[in-house]
Design a protein around this ligand. Structure first.
Ligand code: HEM
Length: 137
C-alpha cells in the first residue's frame, strides 16, 4: 500500500477529491500551510469540476521518490497520502523511501506486479465499476 501510493508521484487530481481538507475549519493541520494556500489558489470554492492539479507539486512529470519527501514536508495531497507519514506503523517506510530511491523503486515494482495478478472478477464475484468511486447500482 505504501509503495503503490507512490504512483501519486505522477498525474493529477480533481479539486473535489481533496477540497474538504482545505475548506474545513480548521484546515487539515497535517498540511503544510503554504501548500494549503497553493491548493486554495488552484482550487477556489465552486471551481470548474474539470480542473485538475498535479499530485506531486515538486516534480510532477518525473517518476521518483519525491512523493515521500513531500509527505515528510506536509505536502501529501490526499488524506490517504498524508496519513502514511503520520501513522507510526508506516512512517519508517516513508522515511526509508524518501532517502533511498532504489528501495522505493524495488518495492513499487513488486507491488505493481502483484496488483497485476489480482485478476478480474466476473459474474456474481463482483463488477467492473463505471465510476471507480461508487458501485454501479
Ligand atoms: C494503495 C495505493 C493507493 C491508494 C491508497 C490511493 C488512493 C487514492 C485516493 C484516496 C485518491 C483520491 C480520489 C478518490 O477519493 O476517489 C486517489 C486518486 C488518484 N490515484 Fe491513487 N491510490 C493508490 C494507488 C494508485 C496507483 C497505483 C495509481 C496509478 C497507477 C493511482 C492513480 C491515481 C490518480 C490518477 C488519481 C486522481 C483521480 C482523479 O482526480 O480523478 N493511485 N488515489
Amino acid at each position: 500500500m505504501i509503495a503503490l501510493s507512490g504512483a501519486h508521484t505522477l498525474g493529477f487530481s480533481h479539486c473535489d477529491r481533496f477540497s474538504s481538507r482545505i475548506y474545513s475549519s480548521p484546515i487539515d493541520p497535517t498540511l503544510d500551510s503554504s501548500y494549503a494556500q497553493q491548493l486554495m489558489d488552484a482550487c477556489p470554492q465552486n471551481v470548474d469540476p474539470s480542473i485538475a492539479i498535479n499530485m506531486d507539486p515538486e516534480t510532477p512529470r518525473t517518476f521518483d521518490n519525491v512523493y515521500y519527501q513531500n509527505l515528510i514536508g506536509g505536502k501529501g495531497l490526499f488524506s490517504s497520502d498524508q496519513v502514511l507519514n503520520t501513522d507510526p506503523d508506516s512512517e519508517p517506510t516513508v522515511s526509508d523511501f524518501a532517502t533511498n530511491p532504489g528501495n522505493f523503486n524495488a518495492a513499487f515494482i513488486t507491488a505493481m506486479r502483484k496488483l497485476g495478478r489480482v485478476g478480474v472478477k466476473t459474474g456474481n464475484e463482483g463488477e467492473i465499476r463505471i465510476d471507480c468511486t461508487t458501485f454501479n447500482s
